[in-house]
Design a protein around this ligand. Structure first.
Ligand code: PLP
Length: 372
């Protein structure tokens, strides 16, 4: 029998979340962002649930090839564009649209031999200071691109640094609008947080939105809102089984560093999940889990292959009980990945992306968990 841990990808949740993001911007087209192996879910596992999107946005050429190999003939956008000149050959061959964020990428395009001109997304650095041309240099980059026979349509793209927080998007919006006022082309501005939180501003939603995290059912602005408040469903469940049970007497400790010490008689379960599976070692005692669908907590330090949960108030639980680390339990109860991430001092994004390759992943079309 394989080690009793598995991740389940819920196709119906992906479909629901895609519909939910469309609702936020009903006139826009939707890029399903599937970078980082679809935020840890696996491109193949999410394809069925997200194929209703208008396009797929990602970073790695390998992932673009994977999406084409799955039979997708629609748009694919490289969010960081090409990294070297020969990447453009693959763009021509696979009909990839690509972001242009720097002069070097325009230089490469100018030297590229192609029969079909490329659709490009010209990126503005409107304040995040990662990628893109400054508002002052944007127009000259546009003019230069527009003069190239290698370039077909030019779309306009920028990215918000604070769509999830109190600073908001107004200043970046204003810079983008001013610098692009009389430029033609489709526009793309919104990530998940902008699409959900700033849905009242029509200009934000533009022609293409680019949701990532919302599609996977994690709230972009937890704890201000949780996934349920945004009507998002967890697309990934991580479940493992109790492998052993230990009785504790007052004064007994649990795990490396004896970080948890019992102050009364207890019963604890040892679960087949550790940081080598992607469960954060930084989760302290008290991090929520579901045991057979009932809320409990972790005890002591997470180790590489195991962690320990409190079974003291769960008389029915024992060896073989299913522990939900995040997502759905068999009884339909859900544990938000955002809560677990918060306990570890991080965000749902990081936990999803960190799911380890040693964890078997199954896709299911309902919320049902596969039999082990
Ligand atoms: C990752 C990414 C997104 C998606 O962001 P979420 O916060 O996951 O919605 C959108 N646009 C760009 C340019 C990105 O890199």
């Amino acid at each position: 029998m394989p080690r009793p841990i598995q991740a389940t990808i819920h196709t119906s949740a992906l479909r629901h979340n895609l519909a939910r993001t469309r609702l936020a911007a009903p006139d826009a087209q939707v890029w399903a962002v599937v970078k980082a192996n679809a935020y840890g879910h696996g491109i193949e596992q999410v394809f069925e649930g997200l194929r209703g999107a208008d396009g797929f946005a990602l970073l790695d050429l390998k992932e673009a090839e994977q999406v084409r190999a799955l039979g997708w003939r629609g748009p694919i956008l490289l969010l960081e564009g090409v990294f070297e000149a020969r990447d453009l050959e693959l763009c021509s061959r696979l009909h990839l649209w690509h972001t242009v964020h720097c002069d070097e990428q325009i230089d490469m395009l100018a030297l590229h031999k192609t029969h079909e001109p490329h659709r490009v997304f010209l990126k503005m650095n409107s304040g995040m200071n990662r990628l893109g041309f400054s508002p002052q240099r944007y127009r000259s980059a546009w003019t230069r691109l527009n003069a190239l026979p290698q370039v077909d349509e030019i779309s306009l793209i920028t990215h918000f640094s604070d769509a999830d927080g109190p600073k908001g998007i107004a200043a970046q919006m204003a810079r983008f609008e001013l610098a692009t006022r009389d430029l033609p082309g489709e526009r793309s501005l919104c990530n998940s947080a902008a699409a959900l939180r700033h849905a009242d501003q029509p200009a934000v939603k533009a022609d293409w939105i680019r949701p990532g995290i919302a599609l996977y059912g994690s709230a972009p602005d937890f704890p201000e809102h949780d996934a349920a408040q945004w009507d998002l469903q967890a697309a990934m469940s991580l479940n493992a089984r109790v492998m052993a049970v230990q009785p504790l007497q007052p004064g007994d400790s649990v795990g490396y560093g004896s970080q948890f010490v019992a102050d009364r008689a207890m019963r604890v379960g040892v679960v087949a999940c550790g940081y080598a599976d992607g469960y954060p070692r930084l989760c302290p005692t008290g991090t929520p889990v579901l045991v057979d669908g009932v809320r409990s907590r972790t005890l002591g330090r997470v180790s590489m292959d195991m962690l320990v949960v409190d079974l003291s108030d769960l008389a029915e639980a024992g060896v073989g009980s299913t522990v939900t680390l995040w997502g759905y339990a068999a009884n339909g109860q859900v544990l938000s990945i955002d809560e677990v991430a918060q306990a570890a001092g991080t965000v749902g994004y990081e936990l999803l992306c960190a799911l380890s390759s040693r964890v078997p992943v199954h896709g299911v079309d309902g919320l049902d968990l596969q039999p082990w």
